[in-house]
Design a protein around this ligand. Structure first.
Ligand code: SAM
Length: 237
């Protein structure tokens, strides 16, 4: 069944912009066809009543649970090439609810005047990923910020994937199994070159918990996906 994001008003599902384009022009939806429409973490079974104008009625709320029990934000250092998109797409499938791309000292990507374009591209990837795996919500993409802007953000749990913890006892898994329902969790992953010592010291001052992601040093995009997998798996258990 096709899945869309929209708003629910008085028993009707309202779609706009590319959601309408996709349903009407790309997918060539038909009158009488059943579709799913999600709005703010809830999904509804709907039926297309007419195409011109587009009218969709809500049949019932879908009770399946699709979101994680934690509210997971993945903050990732901007990487070269299409690796940022890989992080957003895969971590969206795995249940992350928010993304914060950031610039830290060892970032090698140049973002000077492309950040608005990047933001729009990231939002599109999140929406496509969410639609494809039938999330109840589209993860948010925060504007690209500096590493230091992350430090004072308020979360119930703040986890920092640090390559210096690789293979040590303070593993992400140990922290993941301690999490409880509805906690907000920030998971931070560094750039290709890792973190500078002073960045690590600052994160420590601001109360981050350092975690290792196993015995091997992972590529940054693998680290983000691994972390989201572990946190998601622990939350769904
Ligand atoms: N250049 C660094 C080095 O040689 O040690 C490795 C950086 S790693 C490619 C990129 C980021 O992924 C790190 O900053 C960290 O956030 C995360 N990462 C990768 N493997 C990790 C591990 N085993 N434990 C914790 N974090 C890891």
């Amino acid at each position: 069944m096709q899945h869309y994001f929209g708003t629910i008003v008085n028993g009707k599902a309202i779609l706009t912009g590319d959601q309408v384009h996709h349903l009407v022009d790309v997918r060539r939806g038909e009158v009488g066809e059943k579709i799913e429409v999600s709005e703010e973490k809830e999904s509804y079974l709907c039926e297309i009543l007419s195409l011109e104008p587009l009218e969709i009625s809500v049949l019932k709320k879908i009770e399946d649970k699709r979101e994680l029990d934690i509210d997971l934000t993945v903050a990732f250092a901007l990487l070269k090439g299409d690796k940022n998109e890989v992080i957003i797409l895969k971590c969206t499938e795995l249940g992350a609810s928010h993304f914060i791309p950031f610039i830290s000292k060892r970032c090698i990507v140049n973002v000077q005047d492309k950040s608005e374009k990047k933001q729009a591209r990231f939002e599109k990837i999140a929406q496509e990923g969410a639609k494809q795996c039938r999330r109840d919500m589209v993860p948010s993409i925060e504007p690209i910020c500096d590493f230091t802007d992350l430090l004072s953000l308020q979360y119930d749990v703040k986890l920092f994937a640090y390559e210096g913890e690789a293979g040590r006892n303070d593993s992400l898994w140990k922290e993941a199994v301690k999490l409880s329902k509805h906690q907000s969790v920030l998971f931070v992953v560094g750039p290709e070159g890792g973190f500078e010592h002073d960045e690590v010291a600052l994160a420590s001052d601001y109360g981050f918990t350092f975690v290792g992601l196993g015995r091997r040093i992972l590529r940054a995009e693998t680290a983000a996906i691994y972390g989201t997998t572990i946190l998601g798996a622990a939350s769904e258990e």
